[in-house]
Design a protein around this ligand. Structure first.
Ligand code: CA
Length: 227
């Protein structure tokens, strides 16, 4: 299997160096960009399997970069893990809203970053059952084709949104706690910020449009898809 490519966009040389070292040690092929615009050039030359993205960057900042990538069909499915500093909570939420898959707060340990990167890549691997088609009400999800139709109209989904919707559909009628969703959709069971789940649910509802109210909030517990 080819080595997976990580594009690390980080302007602080010390952080970039320690992450590059640790990721390479784990067998990843790492390319480092120290500016947002050079990162953009690099990934347009060759798409990486994942982008580790600092938010405060010279050139193009992390949020703007996320916006550009998610808007472009050629790059919208590359997973993005944001590296955020204390005091950037608002940016973090905006980043997730824009379609970033995950975030890691500074200061972080290199080991945490490696685990997080692996978890994101693992959950994006092709599913074993290649022809899953799910249908509930006006929601039709073709997992293999990565295609969602809401009342006949095609709607674009990120890889994480697809996993989340799929899980809710497969478990329709049953309440899924935030913890369950974090471990089954995001692939790790650590106690991380459950706002990640809430943000993705909000985005999913928006995409489900007229079918949005099928995703019910169970206050204090989690979410349930109404069959
Ligand atoms: Ca920075």
């Amino acid at each position: 299997m080819a080595r997976e490519r990580i594009l690390l966009i980080e302007d602080e040389p010390d952080i970039a160096e320690v992450l590059e070292y640790n990721l390479e040690k784990e067998g990843f092929d790492v390319e480092v960009a120290h500016r947002g615009d050079s990162g953009l050039e690099s990934l347009r030359r060759q798409a990486p399997d994942l982008i580790l993205l600092d938010l405060m960057l010279p050139g193009v900042d992390g949020l703007e970069l996320t916006r550009l990538l998610k808007r472009d069909a050629a790059t919208s499915r590359i997973p993005i893990v944001m590296l955020t500093a204390r005091g950037e909570e608002v940016d973090r939420i905006v980043g997730l809203e824009l379609g970033a898959d995950d975030y890691i707060s500074k200061p972080f340990s290199p080991r945490e970053v490696v685990l997080r990167v692996k978890a994101v890549l693992r959950r994006l691997q092709p599913e074993e059952v290649p022809s899953d088609k799910l249908e509930i009400g006006g929601i039709q999800l073709d997992v293999a084709a990565h295609q969602l139709r809401v009342r006949g109209k095609e709607v674009a989904l990120t890889a994480t949104e697809l996993r989340l919707l799929r899980l809710l559909m497969e478990r329709a009628g049953r309440v899924q706690t935030r913890g369950t969703l974090l471990s089954d959709v995001w692939g790790y069971a650590e106690d991380i910020d459950s706002r990640t789940v809430d943000t993705h649910i909000r985005r999913l509802r928006r995409k489900l449009g007229p079918e949005a109210d099928r995703v019910e909030t169970v206050i204090g517990v989690g979410y349930r898809l109404r069959p």
